[in-house]
Design a protein around this ligand. Sequence first.
Ligand code: GLV
Ligand code: MG
Length: 318
Amino acid sequence: MAVVGRPRRSCLAVPGSSVKMLGKAQGLPADQVFLDLEDAVAPLAKPDARKNIVAALNEGDWVGKTRVVRVNDLTTPWTYRDVIDVVEGAGANLDCVMLPKVQNAAQVQWLDMTLTQLEKTLGLEVGRIGIEAQIENAAGLVNVDAIAVASARVETIIFGPADFMASINMKSLVVGGLIPDYPGDPYHYILMRILMAARMHDKQAIDGPFLQIRDVDAFREVAKRSAALGFDGKWVLHPGQIDAANEVYSPAQADYDHAELILDAYEHYTSEVGGRLGAVMLGDEMIDEASRKMALVIAAKGRAAGQTRTSTFTPPAE
Ligand code: GLV
Ligand code: MG
């Protein structure tokens, strides 16, 4: 399955209460920014944060970045006002609304219909604003397939590890890290469950935050695990994590070169001139149709990341 939509290798969290950080984020090389109205903003600061976010979206320079606002979840008294104020104020300059702690399809449908009403009222293109669904509790995970298809607007399914750990009583405070008492990766099932829903329904799968923001090596280790499974990107909470995320969720140069080589070689060998072959040797490796599909995934990720190949395929002389 190829990557769907714009790359979101690094998704930078920016508290809506900090005008300074809303300004600074614009110059950073993150694929996506999400301007937060939820857990990074204290209840008393939420009204001002909405205003800051509207101003930052309208007046800031976000070129090259996917612009997302995370509203509060639907069990709070804030979601309605978050959505109305942000879309009325800056709907034309917003790519997605992120809904945290989603529990079921109905919550996504509420957001879908509210966005449609706003778009119609404001004369905006109906359906352009996407939805990012954040899975942060058992209900959300159990219902993740229904959530993924609840609206055509859904673009990503995101793992929210901190809230998820709290919601299932996990005995650890190290978000996303391995737990010494558990002989495996405690997040494996959750990540795979989210990934299956995302891949089945052509959505991007995004890993959540890593809180030890000064330990970039540890961030890289955690990111590598979800990248290896097939996740498209990860949240970054600090500028220092951005380059690491962009690198980890892009193919290594050697893998990208290899993928492009497989595609070229397979196209040649399956052709008339190449001998109409279905399974052939490329160096020491046997490649067939399944190899082509795997190569397509890596090549698509590399191309989306703007990588340049450093080798070419030369058909063998007759
Ligand atoms: C993010 O929102 C998390 O809970 O990890
Ligand atoms: Mg959370």
